[in-house]
Write a protein that binds this ligand. Structure first.
Ligand code: G6P
Length: 501
């Protein structure tokens, strides 16, 4: 059936909707604008599906008031959505990144609850839903991504009941005790319930969500199924379950195997003064990443003389992020003050304690850094998945390198042979760094081999095909073919372990 919001060129059988497009607008020195593929793995995963299924991608071009007509990019139909400067401040920086982001990451920073931010969120979500409805063919599959667009599934379903709608939340979904702070908690849950399948990173995220559904709606839930009945609409079953995301592992490994990248890794170590141990941190400069905790542990080890600046160097890549949000500005000041202090206190003319970089690097350089690093430090206080950990593992075809991984990341559910740490426990982090430095080669390679198997098998292509197959089963009503996930919800830790075994 066709709906009034479907436009003449409603041609696409598969539509991805995400806040950011998979391409970035780049303006070169002479002012000429062009588009370049953005580095994320999502586009790599979805590219084959896009080509096969005649796909379109709906998203924001990353700059204010960018009104650009749809265009083709490497076989993908790109449909830009414009955001005004006001909407960037209120929808993107405000509600998405200063309300939902801290709330969904265990309120590490205090969320702001502002009615004008919420109004902007509703309005912008409606715009994304309208554009998606307009480009989707009859009975198309639409896959909505992430916390910026949680109202889109319901808005889309109201406009286009013929569509099959999937949603994937890339960040954690918080426990109800935290989620319930949100003044618009019911609207968000109802927004998500417009989807046929709602995907989360971890079992705990999916169970947190179904608990919120039970508290805020009359809909019964059983395992992964939620029975949604809205007056005037036919009753539907919604599936909420984990689909842990991954990376295009094969392409990372292929790059790492290139001699020029290995040569670059050697150059990096030389440039650092050939220390015995290179430790690496790679993060968006975000308060969820625990960069300060990592620096504290490292600084104390130097101060206590348990490591020496001549032997151990920490390379910290801090990608600039959301730089107009106050919490991010403050974090940058804190981190850079700490880095300056540690370098001032412990650096020598020939050896810097921390090699700090406040910018991103192209993938080639990142892979060289991963190969150059004896230890990767991931100390996030809360992280939906943490793909940096998986990138490191994918690159280490030499089966060397030690991964120190926070137990508060989604990745820790899968990478059990990492050295797991509680980043709040500074003494524990220090001890773990020391054991990573001292770890014998045989143990390093046994652990790395185990983790590589997981990461190479469960790559992002498998993630997207698992999700889309589940969506297809839901579309045809074959819920019996969707593996059950009956778990005792009061045992969250047990839940995590069972899933990962
Ligand atoms: C996280 C979110 C993504 C987001 C990315 C970068 O990974 O899950 O949705 O795109 O951070 O953040 P930004 O605000 O720059 O889009």
């Amino acid at each position: 059936m066709s709906s009034p919001t479907r436009s003449e060129n409603a041609d696409y059988d598969f539509v991805v909707v995400s806040n950011r497009l998979p391409v970035d607008r780049v303006v070169d020195a002479d002012g000429t604008a062009s588009w370049a593929r953005s580095p994320g793995g999502l586009v790599t995963a979805l590219e084959p599906v896009m080509r096969e299924a005649d796909g379109a991608w709906v998203g924001w071009g990353g700059q204010p008031d960018l009104t650009v007509d749809p265009f083709e990019y490497e076989g993908i139909h790109i449909v830009p959505v414009a955001l005004s400067e006001y909407e960037i401040e209120n929808f993107y920086e405000g509600f998405s990144n200063d309300t939902l982001w801290p709330l969904y990451h265990d309120v590490i920073s205090s969320p702001g609850y502002h009615r004008d931010w919420w109004e902007s969120y509703v309005l912008v979500n409606q715009r994304f839903a309208d554009v998606a409805a307009a480009v989707s063919a009859e009975n198309a599959v639409v896959w909505v991504q992430d916390y910026q667009l949680q109202l889109v599934p319901r808005m889309l379903r109201e406009a286009r009941p013929d569509l099959t709608i999937g949603f994937f939340n890339h960040i954690p979904f918080p426990p109800y005790g935290i989620y319930s702070q949100l003044p618009w908690r019911t609207q968000i849950v109802e927004g998500l319930l417009g989807a046929d399948v709602i995907g989360f990173q971890r079992v705990a995220d999916a169970t947190n969500f179904t608990r919120a559904v039970r508290r805020l709606t009359p809909f019964p839930t059983k395992g992964t199924a939620i029975e949604v009945s809205t007056p005037g609409l036919r009753a539907r079953r919604v599936i909420a379950r984990p689909f842990p995301i991954s990376i295009d592992a094969g392409s990372y490994e292929a790059l790492a195997r290139e001699p020029r990248i290995q040569e670059r890794a050697r150059e990096i170590r030389e440039g650092l003064g050939n220390p015995r141990t290179v430790m690496l941190g790679v993060d968006r400069l975000d308060y969820t990443k625990g960069i300060g905790h990592r620096l504290k542990a490292f600084g104390e080890l130097l101060a206590e003389g348990r490591i020496d600046v001549e032997d151990v160097t920490l390379v910290q890549v801090a990608n600039p992020s959301r730089e107009r949000v106050a919490a991010y500005m403050q974090l940058r000041d804190e981190i850079e003050l700490t880095v300056g202090r540690i370098n001032g206190d412990f650096g020598t003319i020939s050896h810097q304690a921390i090699s700090y970089h406040h910018h991103g690097y192209p993938r080639d350089e990142m892979v060289a850094l991963y190969l150059a690093a004896d230890i990767l430090l991931v100390t996030a206080l809360r992280d939906g998945m943490n793909l940096v950990a998986k990138e490191y593992v994918a690159c280490r075809f030499d089966e060397d390198g030690v991964l120190i991984l926070s137990e508060f990341t989604g990745a820790s559910d899968e990478l059990k042979r990492a050295l797991l740490v509680n980043p709040h426990d500074i003494e524990g982090v220090k001890e773990t760094i020391l054991s990573a430095i001292a770890m014998p080669p045989r143990e390093r390679s046994a652990r790395m081999r185990n983790m590589r198997k997981r990461v190479l098998e469960n790559d992002v292509a498998r993630w997207s095909s698992n999700f889309l197959q589940t969506l297809e089963k839901a579309r045809v009503g074959r819920y019996d073919r969707i593996a059950p996930l009956e778990l005792p919800e009061e045992l969250e830790w047990t839940v995590d372990r069972r899933w990962s075994n």
